[in-house]
Design a protein around this ligand. Sequence first.
Ligand code: ATP
Ligand code: MG
Length: 211
Amino acid sequence: MSQKRPIKIGIMGGTFDPIHNGHLVTAEEALIQFDLDKVIFVPAGYPPHKEERKSLDPVERYLMTVIATASNSDFEVSRIEVDRKGPSYTIDTISEFREMYGGGTEIFFITGADAILEIITWRDADKLAGMCKFIAATRPGYCLKKLKELHVLPYENKEPEQGKPKIYIMEIPALAISSTDIRERVKEGLPIRYLVSEGVANYVLKCGFYR
Ligand code: ATP
Ligand code: MG
């Protein structure tokens, strides 16, 4: 009889304004490299860290995330943050998934090298440490050396110090794509095809987003 291993889920949070191929490659790599059962994309509702620029309506960002992930049976999209009133904090989202899946499920929060540094300095980092593990994907333009300064040890190294979150560093094929660049390209009338999925490119065009 085959041994039952705990369920492993990845949670990929983001503004996804819009979702692009960098996000999709990151999620797919995490799925394979960490043998996850699925990756759940969680588009942010009202992002607390992006007040300086008004992002697209959460429901539109949610819809684009659904369009981009529709063909992958290992990808899901959650409305958890989109439906939440007020700002969304990672800790609330992880807590909800913890409750939903129970203690037997391993939760991996997937981020890029830039975003992990924001999360680690948040006031709830120590609490997060007890709830999930983190996967920090390499991202062009962001140096992971800072993680070492924070005494966060890479994958297959020693366990982190007491109360510090476990972070696995994940090497992925570098894709120098960002939502900011996509928005700028649309504004300048440049193509975004092959940077985002075809459905997303069409939807952005159809709705006249970012112009
Ligand atoms: P923006 O330019 O608006 O900040 P973004 O491209 O950084 O958009 P986010 O929605 O902010 O996208 O990112 C969601 C998550 O995906 C973050 O953890 C981020 O680090 C990660 N990520 C985004 N783009 C890449 C990429 N090209 N390679 C690896 N990780 C990425
Ligand atoms: Mg970003």
